[in-house]
Design a protein around this ligand. Structure first.
Ligand code: ADP
Length: 272
């Protein structure tokens, strides 16, 4: 369902690394999601807040992208607009080549169910269901009987996430890191075009965080998933392929596998 789109920067001259003031990638690539001229304002008059002030963004498929920025910079708003959970004030969002604005509410709900995966800080597992039942939940909700291909997919996801010996356990019998891995498996089992992870390590200690981030990265590498993660943790961003830095509703830098110094400088850069 993904779509190959023409280059957004005809010069194509940006090297790997920092591409300042733009989230658009320079080369022809398969895009999982794309935003153009995205704005989102809340309220009116003097109380109006401009959460997004014109975001152009290409999110290539098969990569792990972190979105970083100070509190209130617009990270959550951006993610919600990209995921079709919030409506932009202006501009467009395409996910897997589909224009979200062209969908009515029901179509958008179905589209999200079939094409988008979500991982939340709070895991959001159902406590009375086993890990396996939680992972199968998207099929239950879609009233869809898993095919043989779905079962093979489940086996692969479970293997990549190291959950094979945990499937019969209730969430209360699992560690925080294991619960988050179950939540990730649930997000991946339907093979969504894009997975949005909102502070997925926010409730985990550093050891469990590193483990979960490693598994997210494996899901990109080994399952070909596309993951976009909002985080304020430098350690979390270090696991990503690309880091988008957002300041005051605009993308201020796009970094490819940045080292910590580069990342810290880019995060500070918006203060200047
Ligand atoms: P971040 O995720 O980077 O902390 P947000 O996207 O949550 O930032 O918020 C960006 C700005 O938009 C902030 O000033 C925030 O107060 C404002 N904002 C976000 N959601 C709403 C809302 N529903 N109503 C009013 N203001 C909002």
């Amino acid at each position: 369902m993904t779509q190959t789109l023409p280059p957004t920067d005809p010069s194509g001259t940006h090297p790997q690394g920092v591409v300042p003031h733009s989230g658009a990638r320079p080369t022809t690539t398969t895009l999982a999601a794309q935003a153009r001229g995205l704005t989102r304002s809340y309220g009116r008059g003097d109380a109006q807040v401009h959460a997004l002030r014109g975001v152009d963004l290409d999110l290539p498929a098969g990569r792990f992208t972190a979105v970083m920025g100070p509190s209130g910079s617009g990270k959550s708003t951006l993610m919600h607009c990209l995921a079709g959970l919030d409506q932009p004030t202006s501009g467009s969002v395409r996910v897997a080549g589909h224009d979200l604005a062209a969908m009515d509410d029901d179509t958008l709900t179905r589209f999200r169910r079939d094409h988008v995966g979500f991982v939340f800080q709070a895991f959001n597992l159902l406590p009375m269901l086993t890990a396996r039942q939680n992972i199968w939940l998207p099929f239950e909700l879609a009233n869809r009987r898993p095919t043989r291909e779905d079962r093979e997919r489940l086996d692969l996801v479970v293997q990549v996430l190291g959950l094979a010996d945990r499937l019969g356990h209730l969430p209360s019998e699992l560690s925080g890191g294991q619960q988050q891995r179950v939540a990730i498996a649930r997000a991946l089992v339907t093979q969504p075009e894009i997975v949005f992870a909102d502070e997925p390590t926010g409730n985990l200690d550093s050891e469990a965080s590193a483990e979960v981030l490693g598994f997210l990265r494996r899901s990109v590498r080994e399952l070909g998933q596309t993951v976009v993660m909002v985080t304020h943790e430098l350690d979390a961003a270090a696991h990503a392929d690309d880091v988008l830095v957002i300041h005051d509703g605009r993308i201020s830098a796009r970094l490819t596998e940045p080292d910590q110094d580069t990342l810290v400088a880019a995060l500070r850069g918006g203060d200047r």
